[in-house]
Design a protein around this ligand. Sequence first.
Ligand code: ZN
Ligand code: ZN
Length: 392
Amino acid sequence: MDMNREELQEDRYARLRLIPWWDQKKLKSATVMVVGAGAIGNEILKNLALLGVGKILIVDMDHIENSNLSRAVLYREADEARPKAVVAAERINEINPEIAAIPLQGSIISQVGKGFFRHADLVLGGLDNREARLSINQKCWKTNTPWIDGAIEVFQGFARVFVPPQSACYECTMSQADYKLLNFRKSCSLLSRKEMMEGKVPTTPTTASVIAGVQVQEAVKLLHPDADLQPLTGKGFVFNGLSHDSYVVTYPRNEECYSHETWEPIVEVHRRSESTTLREMVEIIRERLNLKEAVLETDMEIAIEAHCICGDKESLFRPLMEVSLEDAICSECGEEREILMAHQFTGQEAYADMSLKEIGFPPGEIYQGRSGKEIVYMEMTSDIEKILDNKY
Ligand SMILES: [Zn+2]
Ligand SMILES: [Zn+2]
């Protein structure tokens, strides 16, 4: 880097550096995952880019629609039908060319391995459904990654901070009504479960910018752990844009909560999911544990095959989450087929010579290798390095 460029850099952040505890190096060296590039996500991303957060991973599965344009500062009319994650990454790179914005198009529940959470310093959520929040929460706890949730509806919203392993988590804040809704959705047929996740909430860009502003400010606090900035850990800022009687709530930690599982130690496996077979992965686990009968487990069901009473069979090989009712209907006889699924693998399966990717596991996944009570957590680290560092 030559002198001029360095001076220019000094310029960009000069006003921020006037803040006594501000440490631009901490922001530059941070990796932050943003889940959801909608109304809140756009505002989060804009703020992170302005502040010079060095590496920003943007996860979103959707494409830009016209109705996004009233609430999303990063999108233009000409972007219609393009992936949100990709366009958002391009635009925040324009806002600040010194950062690395990395798009990851896919569902946070089934297509982003837990290793990505472990490699992030923080996760920021701009989501509109409980399922995705719960999934982020569990992955953040397992990998010991703080996360900051944001939610908005019309002129109201909240921002809350969850820091594993000690604080209250998202699931601790769930009410009986939340559980009921979640269980109701889970018990529904495949298609309606998918449909219900697409519930639309009325939102405004003004509330989105307030809540995203608070979320990113909390992120800045967490990235300066030595500065005693009193982050909202285990608490929520409740914004009421009608009456302006906004306040802070403290969430009690529920010791019975199902989400408080921490996975450690996590072992890095320097392999890629697309070039490692299931059989090889089970072998790696057995070597590591030095136990011949160890198996590979995941916390996510993989749909292997659909069987029909008429005799028809079809390979699925994808997370069960991604199987719709349509997929389950037999094209031969119209009956609903039985879905064969698995979450435990011995390496002896008929498909054991398929790659982990082909079987339907997400990139960067952390697998559990188990033999009785003995357990080891194995992360597909090269998948993550390829996406985050553009390696290989
Ligand atoms: Zn909890
Ligand atoms: Zn059939």
